[in-house]
Design a protein. Structure first.
Length: 118
């Protein structure tokens, strides 16, 4: 299983970025795809998740109303649209997957840096 995250970059506060996570190596219909982030000196935190089948979503309170997670079944790709970015959103963003009903994420992508300047 491979998860390839991309789309990070440098953006000014108030701007937008879209992250992508291309998945390969298995069928993900019974999986949940998630995005996490880790800022320097801080623990990794949950950002958002989406069930591959059905598309139900979940968000951290800190990003609700600003970030949107989606998936493209045909492309086996998950997206994280990030709007109204704030300097505190600066972090390395990781995509990950877990089986539905299992709490732990078992596959992780390599991370992509998002930097929001004030």
């Amino acid at each position: 299983v491979q998860l390839q995250a991309s789309g990070g970059g440098l953006v000014q506060a108030g701007g937008s970025l879209r992250l992508s996570c291309a998945a390969s190596g298995r069928t993900f219909s019974s999986y949940v795809m998630g995005w996490f982030r880790q800022a320097p000196g801080k623990e990794r935190e949950f950002v958002a998740s989406i069930k591959w089948s059905g598309g139900s979503t979940n968000y951290a309170d800190s990003v609700k109303g600003r970030f949107t997670i989606s998936r493209d079944n045909a492309k086996n790709t998950t997206y994280l649209q990030m709007n109204s970015l704030k300097p505190e959103d600066t972090a390395v963003y990781y995509c990950a997957s877990r089986r539905v009903g299992i709490f732990e994420y078992d596959y992780w992508g390599q991370g992509t840096q998002v930097t929001v300047s004030s």
